[in-house]
Design a protein around this ligand. Structure first.
Ligand SMILES: Cc1cc2nc3c(=O)[nH]c(=O)nc-3n(C[C@H](O)[C@H](O)[C@H](O)COP(=O)(O)OP(=O)(O)OC[C@H]3O[C@@H](n4cnc5c(N)ncnc54)[C@H](O)[C@@H]3O)c2cc1C
Length: 391
């Protein structure tokens, strides 16, 4: 089989990229190990994805936003960052930057479902499911992928969106910096007595981090980050004890809290590929950069990266140029790395500092938060990063 672009991975990044190619006249094949049934009805995975204004704009353009039921889109109106036992909170309010919200929360499984529903309507995209891309090879003329069912596909460009542990990245000889935090993030939903008023809280408590993100009604998305050695205990804890523990760690701000549904664990490993491109090959999504979720940039970067790559491809087509040329790929790499590198380094530095409970670091943690709140340009820069409104 021959096509224009092969995409490995029908996760939210790979499918968004396939959808972005609509109208270019290019043919694409998406290769995915999950079945079509799973893609059409992805299981709940506990993740509520915080999206920036830039991401909302991209998802609207792709027809994905309007496929999300309105009641499943929650608004983050304010955000507060707390540290240790200090009563001080670094506070951000949407009113200074936007009419409605600092950002939006949507369950990950609904994003996956919505983007899949868009892609299956496209005549130029073929989805091959229940197969893995087993070998990948590229040369100056073409890319070749061999699937687990024995098929071989060739194309002008190969795009890998096959997760932060990307096999094709490795097969193409691209190294990656990996940071294993030795921690696990546990996500779940909880109902509570009091209204959250649309306020997201990030509490850098000593020993563990707790994020409480506002969903529709008196319900919040809970994100607990703790050392791996403690995670089983929290995952298996009797729900009553778990409720009491979260309620107390959150300082009883929302009154009585009650677990709804399952708790989902994710080991925390951040990844940044040392190159995003090779001959006729590009990495997008988590395969390019897999972030620590604390700054909620992962999928936002995935959307932005695929958008940057599509823009380069559209420009090449308009000029009658090769869509897999090294100059096109180099431009994509330069533009996207300029965005990802500072965010990746900044997020990891923040995590290191705010998970360090040594006495000197406790003092620095306090000072950094106050510094962020006291200096308007610093605060503005943080808000711009969080909302991506200026872009
Ligand atoms: C707890 C948690 C909270 C998060 N919160 C946020 C947030 O608030 N905001 C935000 O922006 N991001 C957030 N993220 C990050 C976000 O979920 C990821 O960035 C996003 O899901 C990555 O999408 P992807 O398509 O790149 O990769 P994936 O979702 O990993 O998809 C990869 C796909 O490739 C397929 N695949 C892999 N290998 C092969 C192969 N060899 N052949 C065929 N198919 C293959 C897999 O089956 C899968 O479908 C969070 C992540 C976690 C864990």
């Amino acid at each position: 089989m021959n096509t224009d672009i092969i995409i490995i991975g029908a996760g939210p990044a790979g499918l968004s990229f396939a959808r972005s190619l609509a109208g270019t006249g290019l043919k694409a094949v998406v290769v995915e190990k999950f079945s079509a049934e799973v893609l059409a009805n992805p299981p709940i995975d506990g993740r509520d994805i915080a999206l920036t204004h830039l991401s909302k704009g991209i998802m609207e353009r792709l027809g994905v936003w309007s496929r999300i039921p309105e009641e499943e889109i929650s608004l983050i109106r304010e955000a507060k960052v707390l540290n240790g036992d200090s009563p001080y909170a670094l506070h951000f309010d949407h009113q200074k930057v936007s009419d409605d919200a600092l950002g939006y929360l949507i369950p990950n499984y609904l994003i996956r479902k919505a983007v899949y529903e868009e892609v299956v309507t496209l005549p130029d995209v073929d989805l091959i499911t229940e197969v893995t891309a087993d070998t990948v090879r590229t040369d100056a003329g073409m890319a070749t992928v061999t699937l687990s069912d024995g098929q071989t596909i060739t194309s002008k460009l190969l795009v890998a969106a096959d997760s932060r542990f990307s096999q094709s990245r490795r097969a193409m000889g691209i190294s990656a910096s990996m940071l294993d935090f030795g921690r696990v993030v546990i996500v779940c939903r909880m109902e509570h007595e009091r209204d959250h008023n649309g306020i997201a809280h990030e509490c850098f408590n000593y020993g563990e981090t707790l994020a409480v993100l506002p969903l529709s009604g008196n319900c919040s998305s809970i994100v607990i980050t703790l050392p791996t050695s403690h995670s089983d205990e929290i995952l298996n804890m009797d729900p009553e004890c778990f409720n009491a523990r979260v309620q107390s760690n959150f300082g009883n701000r929302l009154g009585q809290m009650k677990l709804v549904g399952e708790r989902y664990p994710y080991p925390l490993v951040a990844v940044h590929a040392n190159k995003f491109v090779a001959t006729r090959f590009a990495l997008i999504g988590d395969a390019a950069v897999g972030m620590h979720p604390v700054t909620a940039h992962g999928f936002n970067l995935g959307l932005r990266g695929q958008d940057t790559l599509t823009t380069e491809i559209r420009t090449a087509l308009a000029r009658g140029r090769d869509i897999g040329s090294s100059s096109l790929l180099e431009r994509y790499q330069v533009k996207h790395r300029r965005v990802t590198r500072p965010l990746y380094a900044g997020t990891n530095a923040l995590v290191r500092l705010y998970t360090d409970d040594r006495p000197l670091h406790k003092v620095i943690r306090k000072a950094v938060l106050r510094f962020g709140g006291a200096l308007p340009p610093v605060k503005r820069a943080i808000v711009n990063q969080l909302t991506e409104i200026q872009n």
